[in-house]
Write a protein that binds this ligand. Structure first.
Ligand code: IPE
Ligand code: IPE
Ligand code: MG
Length: 244
């Protein structure tokens, strides 16, 4: 039997990530290419979440973390920032029922501080309403920054009076916003950049990375399958030597 790898064009998915992280990038350029305002790109981006979420369920992904707004994104023009905030509120309002009916458990990773009070309440309500669901976890990284997350964890560790010798990687991990979730297995970035942009910098230490030039609103089921096919070919060694 040939041990040669399948050519790239062959979609062979033999492994799917348990936890998939997606850096949903390229909304602005998608809109620009169509002569539309950037916010139209963000709306199209939000609309795309549902089909990718459904395909993740179909492929057996158990946790999907989506990067929706970074701590650095506050530096964008005020109209874009307020538009993105409004979009999250509207999306929760419009889609919470359906997500809940479909067994989606919603989690939030990020700082609550800085988010408008009303939106905070909507987020907390979405977590509460869906907390018993178990078909898939949709973890929304919103007002999320990996460095902020690490500092927040350190603050809480100090507040809890944890002694230096008690500190372990496992304990530290539990203090992160993602506490309780396994590390991501695969990070997908749309929009063509080869960087993490402060996404899950602690948790992604051993994640596989995949990037595609496709803008997020155009990233469909076939594109996700391509990422899974590529992931299937990766040999995850975690620093060890594998016995063949
Ligand atoms: C990603 O799309 C969504 C957010 C950062 C909120 P961008 O808005 O960054 O799109 P580009 O990178 O400008 O095309
Ligand atoms: C990363 O995209 C953040 C989100 C997708 C929410 P950015 O567009 O903000 O990242 P940079 O600025 O290209 O690094
Ligand atoms: Mg971008």
């Amino acid at each position: 039997m040939s041990t040669q790898r399948q050519p790239d064009s062959t979609l062979e998915i033999t492994a799917t990530p348990y936890h998939l992280g997606i850096i949903m990038d390229g909304n602005g350029r998608w809109a620009q290419a169509r002569g539309l305002p950037r916010l139209a790109g963000h709306q199209a981006g939000v609309d795309n979440i549902r089909r990718i979420l459904e395909h993740c369920v179909h492929r057996g992904v158990r946790v999907l973390t989506i990067y929706a707004f970074s701590t650095e994104n506050w530096q964008r023009p005020p109209e874009e920032v307020s538009g993105l905030m409004r979009l999250l509120g509207l999306t929760i309002q419009r889609q919470l029922n359906e997500l809940n009916n479909n067994g989606v458990k919603i989690l939030h990773s990020g700082r609550m501080e800085g988010i408008h009070h009303h939106l905070q309440k909507q987020i907390l309500n979405a977590l509460e309403v869906t907390k018993h669901n178990d078909r898939i976890i949709l973890n929304v990284a919103f007002n999320y920054g990996g460095r902020a997350e690490i500092l927040d964890a350190v603050r809480h560790i100090i507040q809890d009076g944890i002694a230096p010798e008690q500190l372990s990687e496992e304990l530290f991990t539990n203090y992160l916003y993602t506490g309780g979730l396994p590390d991501p297995d695969l990070i997908v970035r749309t929009g063509g950049e080869w960087r993490l942009s402060n996404f899950l910098i602690w948790q992604a230490a051993y994640a596989e990375y995949y990037t595609t030039p496709t803008y997020w609103p155009d990233f469909d089921e076939q594109e996700l399958d391509k990422a899974f096919a590529e992931y299937s070919q990766r040999e995850r060694r975690f620093g060890r030597v594998l016995q063949k």
